[in-house]
Design a binder for this molecule. Sequence first.
Ligand code: ACO
Length: 696
Amino acid sequence: MLEPFYCPTSVAVVGASQDETKLGHAVLKNLLECGYEGKIYAINPRGGEILGVQAYPSVQAVPGEVELAVIVVPERFVAPVLEECGRKGVEGVVVITSGFREVGGEGLKKEKELVDIIQRYNMRMLGPNCLGVIDTICPLNTSFARGMPERGELAIMSQSGALLMAIHDWAIGEGIGFSRFVSLGNKADIDETDLLKLWDDDPCSTVIVAYLEGITDGPEFMKIAQHVSSETPIVAIKAGTSDAGARAVSSHTGTLAGSERAYEAAFKQAGITRADSVEELFQYALAFAQTPPITGDRIAVVSNAGGAAIMATDALDRANLHLASFQRETIELLQGELPPGSNALNPVDVRGDADAERYRFALDAVLRDENVDGVIAILIPQAVTKVDETAQIIADVVHQHDKPVLACFMGKNLAQIGVKVLREAEIPNYSYPEPAVDSMRALVERWRWLQKPPRTAEPFDVDRDQVRKAFAAVRADGRLKVGDAESREIMEAYGITMPQSQLARDPDEAVAVAEEMGYPVVMKIASPDILHKTDIGGVKLNLMNATDVRDAFDLLMYRARRYMPQANIWGALVQEMVPQGKEVIIGMNRDPQFGPLLLLGLGGIYVEVLKDVSFRIAPIARWEAEEMINELRSATLLRGHRGEQPSDLKAVVDCVLRVSQLAVDFPEIVELDINPLMVQEEGRGAVALDMRMVLS
Ligand code: ACO
C-alpha cells in the first residue's frame, strides 16, 4: 500500500518551478539528481520546460500514469490538486505545503478536507507540512533538503522536518548513511505505525530511528513496535514529554502518572530504546547498526589510562552492567605478556606506553574469554601512542570476533586521526567513557528485553455484571466518583479482598456493628464527596470498646461537616481492624495516548513524597507485575529486611493483575487507587483498605 513512497514507477512534482529560490525547484532538482530511474514529470500552469523536463499544466495533462505526486503549491491549491491526482489515479501524495493543522483553527478544517479527498480516491498521503521522502535504495529524493545522504542501514522517520534537515546535514558531514529517510509532517494519514509496518523485515534497514512528538494510536503502535523490535532495533526520541495532556486529577496515581511515564512504560514494554537527545539517538543507533548482537551483560574494559578505566567501571556499575570476571587462562595470558605496572584483571590497563600490538594482544585475549560479552576499548593519546595504527589494529581484532566492541578515543586533536580510521572501519566511537557505557547499556537492555517471555495477560474469573451494576448506581446518583459501598462491590467482583465493613448511620448502629464484628475496629467517614479522608482526620483506628466507637462517630461527623459543609455524609463505616503489614499502592490512570497506565508503589500517605513507583501499560503479564515490584527501591523492604518476615508478594502481583484486567475491561474507569493495600507476611494475603475510583 505504501510502495509508491519508496519505489514509484513515476513521480510528478506539482508546483515545479524555474525559480531557483522556490521549493518546487529544489524538489525537482533533487529528484533529477538522486539517480531515480522512473519517469519524472514537472507540473506548472505555465508549461514549458523546467530543468530540462517538459512541464505539463496539470497532473491530468500528463500522458502516462503518475504513481506518486509531490505537492509544493500554495495551501489554497492543495485540495484541488489532490482532487486532480485522485481523478488521475495517483496512488500516493507527498504534501510539502504547510498551513494546515499546525496553524490551528481553519487549518484543522483544511487538513480534514485533504483527508476526505484522499480517502475518497483511495490514495495515501504523507504530510502535509513535511520535508518529503528520501530513499537511498530506490534511489528517490522527493525532498527539498540539500543533497542526498549516503546509502546506509538506518531507516529514519521524524515528525519534525526541520530537525530532519539538521540530521541530514550532520549525517552527510559524519558520513552516516540511511536506507529510508521520511518526514512525517502532520501525519494526517501516514503515521509512525504505518512506517513501522512498512519497515518490518526490511532487508535494507538494520535499525529504525525515530523522532516523535506524539503517537497517533498508542496501543496499535505498541503492538506493532513490539513485533518489529523483536527483529530490528528501534531507537526513538520522544520530544514534548512535559505533561500537556495532564488534567485535573484527584488520585495519587493521577498525580504521579502523566504522559512522560506512559511513554516510558510503553517504550520499555515494546522494546524500544529511548534516547534523550539527537546525539544519543545516533550513538545508540550506530552501536546497534555496527556491532553484532550482544548476548550477555558482562563487560570488559581495555584502556591505556587508569583514570579513564575507573570512570568506565563506575559508569558500568551505574548502568547496571557487570564488570566481567575473566577466566583464569585469560588472566595468566595477560599477566605473561603485559609489562610490569599493567593490570591483567578487568579493567585491563595496558599502560600509557602501550603500542598497537599490545592493544591487539589484550583486546584479542579478552574477546576470546567466554566470560566477556562486550568490550569498551579506551585510548588516550599519549607521548608514544600511535593513534592511527592502534585504531586500525583495534578494528582488525574487532572484525575477527563476534562480540560488540565500543571504542572510546578520548581527546579532540591527537585522537582525530584514530577516530577517522574507526569510522571507516564502522567501529562506534565515543569521546568519553560514559556515553560508550550508555550505548553498551542500550545493547544489553535490548538483549534483556529479547529474553523476556511473551506479554500474555492471564484472565481471572470475574463478575463483570456486578461492576456494571455498581457503575450504573453511581451514575444514577449523578456522581462520577465511586463511593465506598460500590467500591466494595467492584473489588469483590474482581477478587480483591477488602476488610469486613458496614455502614452505620448513628452511634448506636456503629456500636452494634462493632460488637457483631468484634473489637478492635476502624471507623471512617462515609461520604462520596470526601476522597482523602486521612488528610482531614477522617479515619480512626484501633477502637477497643463501645465508648471509643461512640466518641469516634461524633468526632468523624464533626470533622466531615467542618471540612466540607456541603458534602453528602452517609455516616461512618465500621471496619474490621486489619493487622499492620507493608502498605502498597496500586493504581491506574487512563493515559490519552496509551490507555490504562498501571502504577505500583510504596503506599500510604507518603506515596507522593517518596515517589517510589513503577509503571506499565495494561494489560500486563505476571512477569511484568513482578518486574514492577523489582523496580521499586522499597522492594528490599517487601522482601523482608534485617530479619523481618517477607511480605506476600504473590498477593501483590495478583492484585496488580486483577486491577490490570479491571482497567482493560472497563475503559470508563479514568482513575483508580487502591491505597493502601495492606500486605501481610508471606502466605497471608493482602487487603485493600481503601479504594478510590473516578468514572468518565
Ligand atoms: N499546479 C501546478 N503548479 C502550480 C499550481 C497548480 N495548481 N498552482 C501554483 N503552481 C505553481 C506556481 O505557479 C509556482 O511556479 P512558478 O514559480 O513557475 O510561478 C509554483 O507552483 C509555486 O507556487 P508559488 O505561489 O510561487 O508558491 P511558493 O513556492 O512561494 O510556496 C510552498 C509554495 C513552498 C508550498 C509554500 O506554500 C509553503 O507551504 N511553504 C512552507 C513549506 C514547508 O516548510 N513545509 C514543511 C517542511 S518541514 C520543515 O519544517 C522543514
